[in-house]
Design a protein around this ligand. Structure first.
Ligand code: URP
Ligand code: ZN
Ligand code: ZN
Length: 477
């Protein structure tokens, strides 16, 4: 099966050019000057399908390196299955995810990973890989961790937050980071001081402050800054490469920039919710249906931050200066009914998480429209750097001969009404982005050479997506 995407503007992280893209089977065969011949043959008349991308961008498929399908969390389970979540991702121009396999407390690490393979296999619309959450750092789990690169799992996440759930203390973090140093695996860190947050949260509830807004008050930026600094120093003393997930505080960004300035292998990710939404929005949220509890829609950790304090501006700047390198979604959806609702009388019981896998490419394209980032940086933040950071660059994250034909035809003159009338494909009974009117539109999505989305129609099948064995990070100094 051969496909020609003709007349488009091909955007890679390294530059933009008018070019035709020839796909042969599941790979990109050639990137050609528009209308050119190949070995004397007219290309267009020798392919099975032609996609006209005139006036449109052709970009490498998005890679969302932070998702939580079917995560048991907060007394319930994230509402997207691998099937529904990856289908929604495909609609939004994302062609690969890296989800977090979970080792729970008392569980063997291998069993946690095996359970995640079972959930995902045969169900995904797009390619998928795994990071490993280490929820119980013991001598046995650290031994098992050392063996994961052989299985294509080359990064793991630790939590300085959520005592009693996923939390690791400093001694456990240090030992796990020594494995990271020895193996080259990337340590991913949820950097918030969980024990301190829990005390503040208890005090707020004791004072009768139980609304969702107080979630963000308890999770003060100082406690993100402190944990980020501590993670950096633990990484320094061990020599581990460090990737801090879902950064939302400008002071945490400053810590990352400081460490990078000293030459440390320290990286950071943010998410669209921290760039666009704020604590003030959450405080002001109220509806007939939910009243003040409406704010639960945006309860996530790290929390939304105050716009008046300038966190959002600082995150955009960090994306330009490379203090932050990637934008993922931390897709962890819950419905309001029966899920978020668990915390109606106590914000601590609201399951933490926001769904947004479908909207990341569109939302980050708004940064191009408003001049916050360039077209090439859009591709770099959402596809190329995730590919390099997590060891799949060359196959993914770039439009070049030999790469997987994971491609998106994106119409800059199109329009997308995000969340309007619950038109999204995520398994949620609300949208965190309700009412967002967005320039740009995902027209056509190819995964390994097959058109899986065309003009809002899903043409793929459950099980199209394959497990991707990842190599070590290609981004380290
Ligand atoms: O609120 C969040 N982020 N939920 C998912 C779990 C995590 O910490 O990433
Ligand atoms: Zn986290
Ligand atoms: Zn997460």
């Amino acid at each position: 099966m051969k496909t020609l995407i003709k007349n488009g503007t091909v955007v890679n992280a390294t530059g933009t050019a008018s070019a035709d893209v020839l796909v042969d089977g599941d790979r990109i065969a050639a990137v050609l000057a528009p209308g050119s011949t190949l070995l004397g043959f007219d290309v267009e008349s020798n392919v099975d399908t032609v996609i006209d991308a005139a006036g449109k961008y052709v970009i490498p498929g998005g890679i969302d390196a932070h998702t939580h399908m079917q995560l048991p969390f907060g007394g319930t389970e994230a509402s997207d299955t691998f099937e529904s979540g990856t289908r929604a991702a495909a609609h939004g121009g994302t062609t690969s995810i890296i989800d977090f396999a979970v080792q729970t407390y008392g569980q063997r690490l291998e069993d946690g990973l095996a359970a995640w393979h079972e959930k995902a296999a045969g169900n995904c619309a797009i390619d998928y890989g795994f990071h490993q959450i280490v929820g119980d750092v013991t001598a046995e789990s650290l031994e098992a961790l050392r063996r994961l690169p052989d299985e294509g799992v080359t990064s793991f996440k630790l939590f300085m937050a959520y005592p009693g759930v996923f939390y690791s203390d400093d001694a456990q973090i240090l030992k796990a980071m020594q494995v990271s140093r020895d193996t080259g695996m990337l340590t991913m860190m949820h950097a918030e001081n969980g024990p301190a947050i829990d005390v503040l949260a208890q005090q707020l509830v004791d004072q009768g402050n139980t609304d969702p807004y107080y979630h963000g008050i308890a999770r003060a930026w100082e406690l993100e800054e402190e944990a980020t600094h501590r993670a950096i120093m633990l990484a320094k003393v061990t020599g581990a490469p460090l990737y801090v997930v879902h950064v939302s505080a400008k002071q945490a960004v400053e810590q990352l920039a400081w460490a990078r300035g000293k030459g440390q292998n320290v990286f950071g990710e943010t998410c669209p919710q921290y760039l666009y939404l704020s604590l003030e929005d959450q405080l002001g949220a109220s509806s007939d249906e939910w009243g003040k509890f409406e704010g639960a829609k945006w309860v996530c950790s790290t929390p939304l931050r105050s716009r008046a304090e300038g966190h959002q501006d600082s995150l955009w700047q960090a994306l330009r200066t490379n203090a932050l390198q990637t934008v993922s979604t931390d897709h962890c959806p819950f419905c309001m009914k029966d899920q978020k609702d668990l915390g109606r009388s106590d914000f601590r019981k609201i399951p933490n998480g926001i769904g947004g896998i479908e909207h990341r490419m569109d939302l980050m394209y708004q940064g191009v429209v408003t001049g916050e980032i360039t077209l090439e940086r859009w591709v770099e933040l959402t596809s190329t750097t995730p590919a390099r950071m997590f060891g799949v660059y060359g196959e993914k994250g770039v439009i070049q001969p030999g790469a997987d034909a994971d491609l998106v035809v994106y119409d800059p003159n199109g329009h997308t009404s995000i969340g309007l009338g619950k038109t999204h494909h995520m398994n949620m009974d609300y949208s965190a982005w309700e009412g967002y009117e967005i320039d740009g539109h995902v027209d056509t999505v190819l995964s390994r050479g097959r058109v899986i989305v065309d003009d809002n129609q899903y043409l793929g099948r459950k099980g199209d997506g394959e497990f991707v064995k990842r190599g070590l990070s290609q981004y380290l100094i």
